[in-house]
Design a binder for this molecule. Structure first.
Ligand SMILES: [Mg+2]
Length: 358
């Protein structure tokens, strides 16, 4: 069975946030989805990443030439060829995001050519994928946070995560007050999670972590920078709450370095080499005895997350939960705290405005 790739198209879709959004170490007013469509055998596969328009240029300038003429059924070969083509650019970061979008498009294309749901191609170990509500930006006021948490409660989420580490750890008192507020809003039965986005120093993270333990928080994400693997591992040994990181992992080697230092390895299909890379990285997490959580891009994680017995959950990130139904038709809904795994061919999603691609 062969189907040479005949065309690769990219699109840049920018979605303004309702108001500026801030975490511990960054502020933004828009989110950009870079889409990749790949044609072969009369079908089209769709992938995307959340990145800069520069990721579209990487696809157009580098990856398109690699993929055109390549057999759409040979996804491992395509992944290796794309990786090799990035040697002089650096294969991580932006390049890995571009490759991820292309890889996702290839998997979607393969499933559509076979006329099967992508979840069945990967092997479906579950029909619903658990999510946690995620957002709680540091610049939300009390009313805005209450509205966001009410939305998660209404969707049946049993775990919820807010941002802390405000202004690179400059306001720890407010960070902890907001965690206590989250407990009031969420109720006793909900697992509390926090993400500092690397905003604390190691000592600060230890002190904040001890306070979080007293508040019953179960998840402390990026208490320090993910580049400080030794500090992450030390915090993991000292704190009761789980230490989590991994959203910037771009390949299996990075996953192997980080897995021992965390309780749960976060992996992002739009950053770590698409579905091909995600499956490789999850195997490393499993071999290290670690759980896996899907980072952001909830709609794209569904088919591959449904194939992983060791999955903890997928992040239902407020920005992406809002924009994915605007970007595509067929984005899976959350019901009773779980994303439904689609039964349509491929991942079941198509671009709403394909005329914006070129
Ligand atoms: Mg994070």
């Amino acid at each position: 069975m062969r189907a040479p790739v005949t065309a690769v198209r990219t699109g840049v879709h920018r979605f303004r946030t309702p108001t500026p959004e801030t975490d511990g170490t960054l502020c933004w007013g828009a989110t950009t989805a870079v889409t990749v469509e790949v044609d072969a055998g009369g079908s089209t596969g769709l992938g995307w990443t959340y990145s800069s328009p520069a990721a579209a240029a990487v696809v157009t300038d580098v990856l398109s030439g690699v993929l055109c003429g390549h057999d759409a059924f040979d996804i491992p070969g395509a992944a290796e060829a794309m990786h090799r083509a990035g040697r002089n650019l650096g294969t991580r970061g932006l390049f890995a995001q571009a490759q991820s979008a292309a890889d996702i498009a290839l998997w979607d294309l393969k499933a559509r050519l076979l006329d099967v749901p992508l979840a069945d191609l990967f092997g479906r170990t579950r029909h619903r994928v658990p999510v946690y509500g995620s957002g709680g930006f540091t610049n939300l006021d009390r009313t805005q946070l209450a509205e966001q948490v009410a939305g998660w409660v209404a969707a049946g989420c049993t775990a919820m995560k807010i941002k802390i580490g405000e202004s690179w750890g400059a306001n720890p008192g407010r960070d902890l007050a907001r965690v206590r507020r989250l407990r009031e809003l969420a109720g006793d039965g909900v697992e509390l999670m926090v993400d500092a986005n690397g905003g604390y120093s190691p000592g600060q993270a230890r002190r904040i972590g001890a306070a979080l333990d007293e508040l019953g928080v179960v998840w402390f994400e990026e208490p320090v920078s993910s580049d400080d693997v030794d500090d992450l591992g030390a915090l993991r040994g000292e704190l009761r709450c789980d230490v989590a990181a991994g959203e910037y992992v771009a390949d299996a080697r990075e996953a192997a370095r980080l897995a021992p230092a965390v309780d749960c390895l976060q992996l992002d299909v739009t950053r770590c080499g698409g579905y091909t890379g995600w499956l490789r990285c999850t195997a490393i997490a499993v071999a290290a005895g670690r759980q896996v959580s899907g980072h952001c891009a909830p709609s794209l994680h569904v088919p591959v997350a449904a194939a992983l017995p060791e999955l903890r959950h997928v992040e239902w990130f407020a920005d992406h939960a809002r924009l994915e139904p605007l970007l595509v038709d067929g984005a899976p809904p959350v019901i009773d705290g779980e994303l439904l795994v689609p039964d349509a061919p491929g991942h079941g999603m198509t671009l709403r405005n394909p005329e914006e691609s070129s």
